[in-house]
Design a protein. Structure first.
Length: 148
């Protein structure tokens, strides 16, 4: 059975790709309802920080600490150090990722800090990222802070 929230994150990733950006998407779910959506918009906005999770949190707007503690954040890819930091800062207790084969962020650190991490091992998400990385390695390396 497909997870509708994970599918929403994948829809966001596809939007990012269609806009000429990096195909990573995210949604923030509060009490079962999507309250924020985003996708990696570093290229589109010329931004150093608009990874999918950061865009999603921005689009969700201000929430209270108690609300963040009832959230689940979905991402099509394992969160990087920056996005993991935001997750820890706001004490989001659950992270669901589509995959971590093409990139793995500091997952052990998240888990050590009490975050529940679920990996859906979504084959379509892996394929989407592998195709993108093969087509645009220079853009991918820029996004993860690696030299081309």
């Amino acid at each position: 059975m497909k997870d509708p929230h994970l599918e929403a994150a994948l829809d966001e990733a596809r939007k990012g790709l269609a806009e000429g950006g990096i195909p990573i998407g995210s949604v923030l779910v509060l009490d079962g309802k999507i309250v924020g959506r985003g996708h990696n918009r570093r290229v589109q906005k010329g931004s150093p920080i608009l990874h999918a999770e950061m865009d999603c949190l921005e689009n969700a707007g201000r929430l209270t600490a108690a609300e963040y503690e009832r959230c689940v954040i979905y991402s099509t890819l394992s969160p990087c150090d920056m996005c993991s930091g935001a997750i820890l800062l706001y004490k989001i207790p659950v992270v669901v990722i589509a995959e971590n084969e093409t990139f793995q962020g500091p997952e052990a650190h998240l888990v050590e800090r009490g975050v529940e991490l679920r990996n859906a091992k979504h084959a379509g998400a892996v394929e989407l990222m592998r195709d993108f990385i093969a087509d645009r390695p220079e853009l991918w390396n820029e996004d993860i802070g690696e030299p081309s």
